[in-house]
Design a protein around this ligand. Structure first.
Ligand SMILES: [Zn+2]
Length: 272
């Protein structure tokens, strides 16, 4: 069913109001200020947005500071020595830049669904499982110790096009660990050096086992764990997972099973 989140609605309305007042003040200012000068002043918006983002700890580099200074100096040179700009127009344009910056920052802070994600659990570091890892800058990353020990995330035998995120907290796992109520991490190496699988206990669904690529698809037991880092180790981990799944009567979610793919729920649907 379609549901509206009240907090989201209020924040959307406020962000919309900020964008609306930016447009209004801009066109109001155009009655008094030359259009190209107005556009230059409003081009300060990204720098103001970066300044606001810095209030909540995002990186505002010294290079950005230099850019703000240059922008302000440029505006001063345009309007100071020339001297014939309407002060009211100038204030309106600054209002435009500030309103736009507030609009951008509100969306980044409050209307970004990724903000709801407070922990990332990585089964392993193959690019098809971790390609978006840089999109969650504030979430701590739970990952196998041996996986994180690699110089870069794994990438088909070549150097990975992405690096490990810096400035983020890592929780490194090298033994079976209870992550929280109903969520366990099992070390299941073989497909990759530090692979983890997750038995999860859900209130409605019951026991679920997320194998990751420790068992990418059930056929691997017959055709072999061909793309494994060490095949024997991969088979041992996979057999262990099957024993656990059987004991727990778990619903298994495989890493890449074409036969299963269409039948399981995918975001925004979920298992509860
Ligand atoms: Zn993989």
């Amino acid at each position: 069913m379609f549901r509206i989140d009240l907090r989201g609605l209020i924040l959307c309305s406020l962000a919309g109001l900020a964008a609306g007042s930016a447009v209004l003040t801009y066109f109001w200012a155009l009655r008094e200020v030359n259009g190209s000068l107005a556009a230059m002043i409003v081009s300060l918006t990204p720098l103001l947005a970066l300044g606001l983002l810095a209030l909540r700890g995002e990186r505002f580099t010294s290079r950005n500071l230099v850019r703000v200074a240059l922008g302000l100096a440029g505006i001063y040179l345009l309007i100071g020595p020339g001297g014939n700009i309407s002060v009211r127009g100038l204030l309106l344009l600054l209002g435009t830049a500030v309103s736009f910056a507030i609009h951008i920052v509100m969306i980044q802070w409050y209307l970004n669904p990724r903000g709801d994600i407070h922990t990332l659990v990585m089964t392993h570091s193959d690019i098809d499982h971790l390609g978006g890892i840089h999109n969650f800058p504030r979430a701590p990353i739970v990952i196998g110790l041996a996986e994180r020990a690699q110089p870069t995330p794994r990438y088909f035998g070549y150097r990975s096009p992405i690096d490990w995120p810096q400035d983020v907290e890592y929780q490194l796992v090298d033994e079976d660990t209870l992550l929280g109520p109903g969520v366990t991490l099992l070390t299941t190496p073989g497909h990759s050096p530090g692979h983890l699988s997750l038995p999860v206990q859900l209130a409605e669904t019951g026991a679920v086992l997320i194998t990751g690529d420790a068992i990418a698809r059930p056929a691997e037991f017959e055709v072999g764990f061909g793309d494994a880092w060490v095949e024997d180790v991969a088979r041992t981990s996979a057999e262990r997972l099957m024993r656990i799944a059987e004991r727990e009567q778990a619903f298994i979610i495989y890493g890449h099973d074409p036969a299963q793919r269409d039948s399981i729920r995918k975001v925004p649907e979920f298992y509860s």
